[in-house]
Design a binder for this molecule. Sequence first.
Ligand code: AMP
Ligand code: MG
Length: 325
Amino acid sequence: MAGDKRAERIAEFIRPLRVEPGSKVRLSRDFDPAYRGDVLRKKDGRELLAAGVTLLADYQRRLAAQNTYGVLVCLQALDAGGKDGTIRHVMSGVNPQGVRVSGFKVPSSEELDHDYLWRYARRLPARGDIGIFNRSHYEEVLVVRVHPEHLDHQRLPASARRGHVWARRFREINDWEHYLTDNGFKIVKLFLNLSKEEQRARFLRRIDRPDRNWKFSAADARERRFWDDYQRAFSKVLSATSTEWAPWYVIPADRKWFARTCAAAVLAHTLIDIDPQYPTVSDERRDDLLVARAELENEAPEGAPADPYAAAAEKKRQKKKKKKH
Ligand code: AMP
Ligand code: MG
């Protein structure tokens, strides 16, 4: 039962990152951006990540073959939190056909002409697929909350602006995620938790290195002034929307290698939980396959083996036997 042990180890590893549904989170008090659990050395983290990537590739193949469940990964972070790098590393082993990454920026005019969840719903994964949201519907209760002028642009009726706008949105988001989960779409929510000092260091690197300049804009520096507002907004999101069906994981993000390892572990945990299986073949279909096999063998040209693979394997076996004697 080596598989069970592995699953247990992964579950244990990610437990401290999980936001207990119903708990009241204060980020600065409850989660340390520099935490790294028992994994003390970068080398160990790298090995863990490599193991996770291999495991993900295997599970993704089964997820696609079974075609019953889909997985949606929501990545949230402040600027320079490491979203892009996490996607690049964690998904490095999986078949690109089974993954779609969607980034969300300031909504377009067309998007603003719809309800606020519309543009996210359009990018949901199909059964068998892994969808990754680089930023997600949570922007609707984060940046929109920190900068309420975004809400003014959303063309909402007065009734949607009255009362507890954010409490209502939390409920709507929870309901939407519950609906998706009930229908076979598992949601993995990762918040890359960066410290203010590490963000400062990463911004400086983006300014100094020409190959990173494109990643930095003056707007990013302006946004940093709202750091405390964002910490509060994230705390509220984590408190209100970590649910049994779609819990949040707070990923310590000050060390990139550790953050990537954690992200891979949470995703692996979800896939292990789904435990997708290759479809089994019915007796009738097996018979069909055997008929097709016989036909193909009969088509072998003059001098060629009926089954080239079987012939090659037999040759190898004979060679081995000779060596032994
Ligand atoms: P980046 O991810 O660096 O390309 O930046 C995308 C920008 O779009 C960020 O500043 C986000 O805060 C912003 N953004 C994403 N979603 C929304 C939204 N629903 N309303 C307003 N701004 C958003
Ligand atoms: Mg940016």
